[in-house]
Design a protein around this ligand. Structure first.
Ligand SMILES: NC(=O)c1ccc[n+]([C@@H]2O[C@H](COP(=O)([O-])OP(=O)(O)OC[C@H]3O[C@@H](n4cnc5c(N)ncnc54)[C@H](OP(=O)(O)O)[C@@H]3O)[C@@H](O)[C@H]2O)c1
Length: 315
């Protein structure tokens, strides 16, 4: 059996990843910083590179689910690079993803291989298909709600600190920091959701993953206002959301649209990350070294492989 190290294995998302690896016939090797939560696993600390090297011994790949990633992405990715094995993470933090994309590696390194970051990158890449450039990519998240985990809330705090409380957007071909309020508008989601109020420029990791390899002027994410407001309410994650991710790419007067649907943004991150590892380990990649999902994989084929967890419709 192929062993895959899961760092942050006992977190909410890590547990989904471990279960998905088992379901697909991999041998998950559980790791993280707290030995007490890892009976039979391989405890390792990001402050102790030798412990990470020991944890990685004999494994074929690593999936990092330990966030905030500001502190974990680089040390775990660098350990994977030292061991010569592929690295995949589920980081949604824009700054941490930028850090990872600066690494150089001979082995595959894929950050943001999850619901935020990876999925919209695959959708935009599939929608653009034979286009070589687009003016705009719009990624609208229609979430029925959002009960965040402690890890998500902590990651949001760290990201905000790293950008000194400013917000960020991708416009005119570059990342831009801003102090003004998010624009509010309505987005016409496909039925049954229909038109919903959304925050515009609600920037997710997509503003890093998509322009990394697609020639686009603007990448704009939108989030249903209800879900964005849920984020501000601390509490347990006691319910899973349903989601519609509506991606529109525009070049001049031409427009293409692709829609993904499913439920539980944390649970579906597991099939995304594990499918990535499977494709890397079986040579089904189109890039080498450090790359985002759409850059690394055949986007349309990858999206088809996500059914029934995520269903995709080109419109
Ligand atoms: N891109 C996406 O769509 C997506 C999807 C799912 C999750 N995520 C991200 O993944 C991260 C984890 O989310 P979650 O839902 O699994 O949260 P969680 O249940 O709170 O788990 C967080 C995990 O990270 C570990 N961790 C945190 N800081 C660490 C450090 N410095 N060293 C080692 N381990 C550390 C925690 O270990 P301890 O218990 O020992 O602190 C725990 O295992 C978050 O940043 C979240 O935003 C992103």
């Amino acid at each position: 059996m192929t062993s895959v190290l899961v760092y942050g294995a006992y977190g909410h998302t890590g547990r989904f990843v471990v279960a998905e690896l088992r379901r697909r016939g991999f041998d998950p090797v559980l790791s993280g910083r707290d030995a007490a939560k890892l009976p039979g696993g391989r405890p390792a600390s990001v402050g102790d590179p030798a412990s990470l090297d020991r944890a990685l011994e004999g494994v074929a790949a690593v999936i990092n689910c330990a966030g905030p990633f500001a502190g974990t992405a680089r040390p775990v990715a660098e350990a994977a690079i030292r061991a010569g094995v592929p690295y995949v993470d589920v980081a949604a933090e824009i700054e941490a993803n930028l850090d990872t994309l600066e690494l150089s590696a001979d082995t595959a390194v894929v950050p943001a291989m999850a619901f935020f970051g990876g999925l919209a990158d695959l959708l935009a890449t599939a929608a653009m298909d034979d286009w070589t450039a687009a003016d705009e990519v719009h990624v609208a998240y229609g979430l029925s709600g959002w009960r965040p985990t402690a890890g998500t809330l902590a990651a949001g705090r760290v990201s905000r600190e790293r950008r000194e409380g400013k917000r960020i957007r991708y416009a005119g071909g570059r990342l831009e920091y801003r102090d003004d309020a998010l624009p509010k508008r309505e987005w016409a989601f496909p039925e049954p959701l229909g038109p919903r109020p959304v925050f515009g420029e609600f920037s997710m990791a997509d503003i890093v993953t998509i322009p990394r390899h697609l020639k686009v002027r603007d990448v704009v994410s939108y989030m249903t206002v209800d879900a964005a407001q849920d984020l501000a309410v601390a509490g347990e994650r006691d319910a899973a959301e349903t989601f519609v991710v509506d991606v529109v790419v525009r070049a001049g007067d031409d427009e293409r649209r692709i829609v993904a649907r499913g439920e539980d943004i944390y649970a579906v991150s597991a099939p995304l990350a594990v499918e990535a590892v499977d494709r890397i380990l079986t040579g089904r990649t189109k890039a080498k070294g450090v790359a985002t999902a759409g850059e690394m994989f055949d986007a349309a084929g990858f999206l088809r492989a996500l059914a029934p967890h995520i269903t995709v419709e080109q419109r």
